[in-house]
Design a protein around this ligand. Structure first.
Ligand code: ATP
Ligand code: MG
Length: 330
């Protein structure tokens, strides 16, 4: 039996922006050619600065936003060819947990009603009594108490609200959960508790995660493999250990330089990024990172880097590792 759960091939999601005055259209290339896979039972972390397309990627995989191009193969099914009805059925298998649990929970519904509705929509539970008992179980599973069932979202703390968001996601027995910065809105003291809950649920329910964060220390905590995103693309993807031991892409190195090191002898060269992230509506030519890269050569301005396979489970998009351009960097 294959261990593969999800395969994303050349996924692109462009937003059209119209300028009515000049009657022009231009494209925001939020996701611009993603390739990766996720194995059953693993956590793939996705990390990158604000605006690099992480949320658009997550929503495009679930078709909450319609991708512009590419394939999303989930459990051997190409989900881009499914009808809306088939897709609705499949959404039970793929759930999303949002950054801001308050915005994603209906403030007029009690927690019990929110979870009850999720069960009903996906036809889980034989009858109302059965569903009530499932809801009580769910609350316990996420570290809340069944006595919370009649409370409204505003009666909970931020961390508790995220627990409700997680309960709603696991209510429908998904195999894949896309967690879109699920701890970034929480106090640091609460973040670890929620990350631990994700880990516990993964083990007890056999879940697979795509875990999105802008902070490397968060993805380091939870991931088996990590993909680093820059301007709509993955620039490096690696197992966690190799990535932290030897980051290859200059952008990965820069992200790591930003994480404070506790090791006073650390000989790691700090890479400080110049300037802001360029706009995805007008991305730089060649390698999109060239405008901020300390190792930039002429080739980087004109040629788009190809995938360089470094080892079985590791690839990088950077001309420094392309034997064709070895001389340019010597
Ligand atoms: N509906 C939309 N219409 C037009 N542009 C959009 C839309 N949604 C997102 N974008 C743009 O697409 C790019 C990627 O946005 P996205 O929200 O996916 O980034 P992100 O990595 O999740 O950022 P953050 O870390 O801030 O959550 C941004 O430039 C954003 O402005
Ligand atoms: Mg986002």
């Amino acid at each position: 039996m294959s261990n593969l759960l999800l395969k994303v091939e050349n996924l692109k999601t462009y937003f059209v922006k119209k300028n009515f005055l000049r009657k022009e259209k231009h494209y925001v290339k939020a996701v611009d050619g993603l390739n990766f896979h996720v194995n059953k039972g693993e956590t793939l972390g996705i990390v990158g600065e604000s605006g690099c397309g992480k949320s658009t990627m997550g929503r495009s995989i679930l078709r909450l936003i319609e991708p512009t191009d590419g394939q999303v193969i989930f459990n051997n099914q190409n989900i881009r060819t499914l009808s809306e009805k088939e897709m609705r059925k499949l959404r039970g298998e793929m759930q999303i947990v949002f950054q801001d649990p308050y915005a994603s929970l209906n403030p007029k519904m009690t927690v019990g009603a929110i979870l009850f509705e999720a069960l009903k929509t996906h036809d889980i539970g034989k009858n109302a009594k059965d569903r009530l008992s499932i809801v009580q179980d769910l609350l316990v599973k996420v570290g809340l108490s069944p006595i919370h069932i009649n409370r409204y979202p505003h009666e909970f703390s931020g961390g508790q609200r995220q627990r409700i968001g997680i309960a709603r996601a696991i209510a429908v027995n998904p195999s894949l959960i896309i967690a879109d910065e699920p701890v970034s809105a929480l106090d640091v003291s609460v973040q670890a508790q929620i990350l631990n809950l994700f880990q516990e649920l993964k083990n007890s329910l056999g879940l697979t995660y795509i875990f999105i964060a802008h902070d490397l220390s968060v993805v380091k905590h939870v991931s088996d493999r990590i993909g680093v995103m820059y301007l709509g693309r993955i620039v490096e993807l690696s197992d966690k250990k190799s990535l932290f031991k030897e980051p290859l892409h200059p952008y990965t190195q820069a992200l790591m330089s930003a994480v404070p090191s506790l090791d006073p002898d650390s000989s790691k060269q700090r890479i400080i990024l110049n300037g802001d992230i360029p706009s995805p509506s007008n991305p730089p030519s060649g390698c999109a990172f060239h405008t901020r890269c300390p190792f930039k050569q002429n080739v980087c301005e004109t040629v788009v880097p190809k995938e360089i396979k470094v080892s079985d489970d590791r690839y990088v998009y950077c001309h420094q590792f392309d034997t064709d351009y070895k001389d340019a960097f010597s």
